[in-house]
Ligand binder design. Structure first.
Ligand code: PA5
Length: 432
């Protein structure tokens, strides 16, 4: 089974056969680093076998905890940043519905990904009358933004429920044994979940980091893991013919384009549910590849919205861009366009057509225009926005990213540049 397809017809006029052949040996070498676990950063390959080898006891604990939180809370606050935030947020939007937080009896909000007092104040106000549980996620336990937010929301819980009840509403996802947050949680008696040592933040969505908040929000995490397992079969284990492995093909094409000075990749969606998926993708590729003064700059755009702000640039600006479109084959919902008697807007020719039909025509029209304008176009189509496809898509991109980064000769699994800002920030704060 494969719920994801890759359409490369929109790059044919930009890439020559000999360039593909020349790239193939590099991709094969990179793929082998992954399979044989002997490439750079190989101490962080815990995500590779995760779909088959995940900790069943932890998984069961996630499901039980989710039931408990749904039983005693109507708000979940997830505190985390970067890899400890984007995967869960991406999944909840991918699987959910844009306005759920406004009209449902259980809502999830995210904190710890900024230091804006306005944001935190208004969140505190929004949850004032509600029953709240907290899931704090930090592998290191020392990241400033989530640590400060944790202080603030912990105080809110203690004021609201008293110290004992607050203790029962705080769930901490952190490293197994040696981090400061782990020590603190043991001291305070908080329930803890594990981020395995061999899985880095941006590769951690299929651990408790992503699965706990996703499960609390009511989505089927067993289906996500099945989808990821299918991804593992398709993109890692089925290696007889690498030219059929679309994850490797995607990695190959982006590297060929990069070598032709297409050094910006825009990932584009036509469905707002995918907005945060593309944020997750940006972190995955940006942090994995952007080092040693190399790497494709990953950017994301939301269409049609951004066609009316960035469309001009894509069509006609600097020609260093290529475009990857995420398209959804089967929309969850559809709406038929109806005829109107006076036809003042002249749209009666669309009578009986649906919004999904029109959306797909916008995609096709835009695609051809961008190709004509010199922007190579890759299309990744997803069968539908369900748990299974989400799991498969995560694995698809994780393999593609590792292979692509190895092809650039960089370590896909470290992030030395992120540490620089953290160090400077702490130095500056300690001055006062
Ligand atoms: O991918 C990464 O490693 C980073 O984005 C981290 O997830 C992010 O910096 C948060 O770190 P931590 O989970 O230690 O708070």
């Amino acid at each position: 089974m494969q719920n994801i397809k890759l359409d490369l017809s929109g790059v044919e006029s930009f890439v020559e056969k000999k360039e593909i052949e020349a790239m193939n040996w590099k991709i094969e070498r990179s793929f082998n680093f992954l399979k044989k676990r002997d490439g750079l950063g190989n101490e962080f390959l815990g995500w590779l076998n995760l779909p088959k080898d995940y900790d069943r006891d932890e998984f069961y604990k996630i499901q039980e905890t989710a039931k408990k939180i749904r039983g005693n809370s109507n708000i979940l606050i997830v505190i985390g940043i970067g890899g400890s935030y984007l995967g869960a947020k991406a999944a909840i939007e991918f699987l959910g519905d844009e306005f759920k937080n406004y009209c449902s009896d259980f809502n999830v909000f995210f904190a710890g990904n900024n230091l804006s007092p306005n944001y935190i104040k208004s969140l505190l106000k929004a949850i004032d009358e509600k029953d709240v549980s907290l899931n704090v996620i930090s592998k290191s336990g020392t990241t400033l933004e989530p640590a400060i937010s944790f202080r603030i929301f912990r105080e809110h819980l203690i004021d609201k429920y008293g110290i004992e009840e607050a203790r029962k509403r705080i769930y901490v996802t952190t490293d197994k044994s040696h981090g400061s947050l782990k020590r603190y949680s043991i001291e305070q008696g908080y329930e803890t979940f594990v981020i395995p040592d061999d899985i880095g933040g941006r590769y951690s969505v299929l651990t408790s980091v992503g699965l706990l908040p996703i499960c609390i929000c009511g989505y089927k995490i067993d289906e996500i893991m099945l989808g990821a397992e299918c991804g593992m079969e398709n993109y890692l284990l089925n290696d007889n013919n690498l030219s059929k492995n679309i994850s490797c093909k995607y990695a190959a094409i982006r590297n060929i384009l990069f070598n032709k000075n297409k050094n910006i990749e825009i990932i584009v969606n036509y469905d707002p549910e995918l907005k945060f998926f593309t944020e997750w993708w940006k972190q995955l590729f940006g942090e994995s590849e952007g080092k040693n003064h190399k790497g494709i700059f990953p950017a994301s755009l939301n269409f049609s919205t951004d066609l009316h702000s960035m469309g001009q640039y894509i069509q006609d600006g600097s020609r260093n861009i290529f475009e990857t479109v995420l398209c959804v084959e089967n929309s969850k919902n559809d709406i038929a366009i109806k005829e109107e008697e006076n036809n003042l807007d002249g749209l009666n020719f669309l009578n009986g057509k649906t919004l999904d039909f029109v959306n797909k025509k916008v995609f096709k029209g835009t695609r051809f225009a961008h190709i004509d304008g010199g922007v190579p176009n890759l299309a990744i189509s997803l069968k539908k926005l369900d748990e299974f496809t989400f799991g498969e898509l995560i694995y698809f991109f994780e393999v593609a990213c590792a292979v692509s980064a190895y092809s650039l000769d960089v370590n896909p699994f470290d992030q030395p540049g992120v540490e620089m800002y953290k160090k400077n920030m702490l130095d500056l704060l300690e001055k006062f």
